[in-house]
Design a protein around this ligand. Sequence first.
Ligand SMILES: NC(=O)c1ccc[n+]([C@@H]2O[C@H](COP(=O)([O-])OP(=O)(O)OC[C@H]3O[C@@H](n4cnc5c(N)ncnc54)[C@H](OP(=O)(O)O)[C@@H]3O)[C@@H](O)[C@H]2O)c1
Length: 267
Amino acid sequence: MSNNKIAIIGGGNLGASIAEGLIQSGFVQAQQITITKRNLQTIQHLADKGARVSTDNIAAIKDAQYIILAVKPFQIKDVLTEIKPYLQANQHTIISVATGVWMKDIEAILDSSFAIFRAMPNTAIAIQQSMTCICSNASANKQVGFVTDLFNQLGKTILIDEKLMDAASVLGACGTAYALRYIRANIQGGIEIGFSAAQASLIAAQTVKGAADLLLTKYTHAEREIDKVTAPMGCTIAGLNEMEHQGFSSSLIRGLITSFQKIKKDM
Ligand SMILES: NC(=O)c1ccc[n+]([C@@H]2O[C@H](COP(=O)([O-])OP(=O)(O)OC[C@H]3O[C@@H](n4cnc5c(N)ncnc54)[C@H](OP(=O)(O)O)[C@@H]3O)[C@@H](O)[C@H]2O)c1
């Protein structure tokens, strides 16, 4: 267990999930986490588990070593400006989860001697099943191990170049929605061929989970696993080929690229 103290600024969906996952994993004790937001009602459950909850960002960061910024992207500048007078490069490491806020934007407010990380998790962080892409600046070498360990408590991690962060938002974070829409379509089809909604939902979700786990545990290629299901002249290949005639893979790839272009245009 680590002795480091962690301040999470912005106890919304993501910030609260990070706190909850870290407490549940035993990575830190609840008292080592301080989580802030302006209206504390929604994070009372974290106080009940022993975390410190506060509206005071400055008090929260003063004795922390790691500061996770989990406010909306447009709020990052104000929060950094507020806490900057109390930050010290030899004490504090900054981890931003804000989409589209670049490390150079943070360095421009603080300076490049601070260890700065960006992390891009997804909503499955609430159940410690996130895929989190992480990058860091040149001052962060010493802290990479701890930050990777921290997010490993909340799912899987990969270290990437910052230039891939927008792509990580699409494949890793938007990807949750794409996968759920795929599952929903399976449920709709499942009901049409005879299952109740509850049965179809269980079968569709567990089947997708199992398919994903085949790749994650056996490290094989998706097409190799598909080959095992597609008997010659069988029903699976007939259905799959019809899906492809209707543009299945192509529509997914085009959707993904549209999300990517939208991030590039807006951020
Ligand atoms: N949700 C995702 O799937 C996801 C994935 C990857 C990255 N992200 C990024 O994560 C960040 C948070 O997203 P979210 O979905 O968790 O948003 P959210 O639910 O709106 O959380 C943001 C929280 O920040 C608090 N806040 C606002 N101003 C504050 C201040 N000055 N000091 C302290 N707390 C403050 C707000 O609470 P009060 O109003 O009570 O202060 C709010 O609960 C965003 O930058 C987003 O881009 C989200």
